[in-house]
Design a protein around this ligand. Structure first.
Ligand code: NAP
Length: 363
């Protein structure tokens, strides 16, 4: 699809269906994952118990689902391994699907068959967005929730068009920070970190991005991400101060847990607010009483599944993302592509420090 009609369909689909990422999937999505009336077999990456992803994820033959009313069956092209996917497999995420379960929460694929009452999609069309059980040759989507992919957008970008980009836009809104103010984030070279830096800058918000390795500073500069400081160096706090010119840093965005919050507090203004967004260290947040008592730092959490933002705003953000992708202005890199059978290898690659993008599975 291309041209004005496709963009209209696209925008309509997006505005009507805000919940395209993992974060918006309902319990009904999970329960309805395996549809009745299966007719065929397909390969999928299944876990029968919660545990270490490399150990519990297995490729198996399962019934190919049949689309029910309002659903479409999609042939998977690429599906990323997101951090929340691995947390789900480990049983550590905020939602625990019933087992056995097929992993994956976002993909790009080609519409293979339509269920009853679906009029917004056609067979053969490329679609992207959040879904459940996407690490399989085929997966089901709610037709009303998918995003038709504009022709010029690569599969690599399309397969990760929604979850991290939309989360990045939502978290900036949630932070409640004004143009001209400063914020600091860690995990600055992750998918979210890079997008937060870009989208915030587009809104006139100044961002300092912390990374854990020196070489990452130049890598991000080459991508146009500035104000990046490596915490590997002693005196990194002084570098931050030099970048801000001593201006107050009024928000912190922590994706690490562990010592991440206290590290951010070191450069944040007294009484300012930190939002925890993730736990890449896998450790609980270590926050000293002195930070809360003497410095009056505030701490909140954000989860895309309960975004606490107006639905219309989220729909608008989604529209902005697809428009950017259609214009060739949103390029989301992939670090490695693996077959379903290579899932253990793919998970291992996903855990490697310094990835340049998401590791993705091929259908
Ligand atoms: N709350 C929500 O709704 C929501 C939504 C989306 C994402 N998230 C969370 O946001 C976080 C980032 O997601 P993403 O997709 O941007 O991640 P990503 O692309 O996989 O990148 C991971 C980032 O974390 C860094 N990192 C990993 N382990 C680390 C450690 N032990 N110490 C310091 N840095 C470490 C990596 O640095 P190196 O490059 O140096 O390895 C990289 O910058 C994840 O925790 C994810 O679950 C939350």
């Amino acid at each position: 699809m291309c041209g004005r009609r496709s963009s209209h369909v696209l925008e309509t689909a997006m505005v009507r269906h805000v919940g395209l990422c993992h974060c918006r999937a309902s319990l009904a999505d999970y329960v309805g994952g395996f549809h009745k009336g299966k007719v065929d077999q397909m390969r999928s990456v299944v876990f029968e118990k919660y545990g270490v992803p490399e150990q519990v994820l297995k490729v198996g033959e399962r019934d190919k689902p049949v689309p029910g009313e309002g659903q479409a069956l999609v042939r998977m092209l690429l599906s990323p391994i997101h951090n929340h996917d691995l947390m789900t497999v480990a049983g550590l995420y905020g939602v625990k699907p019933p087992l056995p379960w097929v992993g994956g929460t976002e993909a790009v694929g080609v519409v293979e068959a339509l269920g009853e009452g679906v009029s917004n999609l056609v067979v053969g069309q490329r679609v992207a967005g959040g879904a459940s059980q996407t690490w399989a040759e085929y997966y089901l989507v709610e037709a009303a929730r998918v995003v038709p992919v504009p022709d010029g957008v690569s599969d690599e970008t399309a397969c990760q068009l929604v979850s991290m980009p939309l989360s990045s836009k939502m978290i900036i809104a949630y932070l409640g920070i004004e143009p001209g103010q400063w914020m600091v984030q860690n995990a600055g070279n992750g998918a979210v970190g890079k997008l937060v830096a870009r989208f915030a800058a587009e809104q006139g918000i100044h961002v300092v991005s912390l990374v854990r390795r020196d070489e990452t500073v130049a890598e991000l500069a080459a991508l146009g991400v500035n104000n990046v400081v490596s915490t590997a160096n002693e005196g990194w706090q002084e570098q931050v101060k030099a970048l801000t010119g001593g201006a107050d840093i009024v928000r912190g965005l922590d994706s690490l847990g562990g010592d991440g919050p206290e590290q951010l507090f070191e450069v944040m203004e007294d009484g300012s607010e930190l939002v925890n967004f993730g736990a890449m260290t896998g450790r609980p947040l270590r926050i000293t009483p002195g930070s809360l008592l003497f410095r009056q730092m505030k701490v909140r959490g954000f989860w895309g599944m309960k975004p606490n933002l107006p639905a219309a705003d989220i729909g608008r953000m989604l529209g902005e993302l697809v428009t950017l992708a259609a214009k060739g202005e949103l390029d989301l890199p992939v670090d490695g592509v693996f077959d379903l059978e290579q899932v253990a290898e793919a998970v291992k690659a996903s855990d490697e420090p310094g990835r340049k993008g998401k590791v993705v599975l091929r259908g």
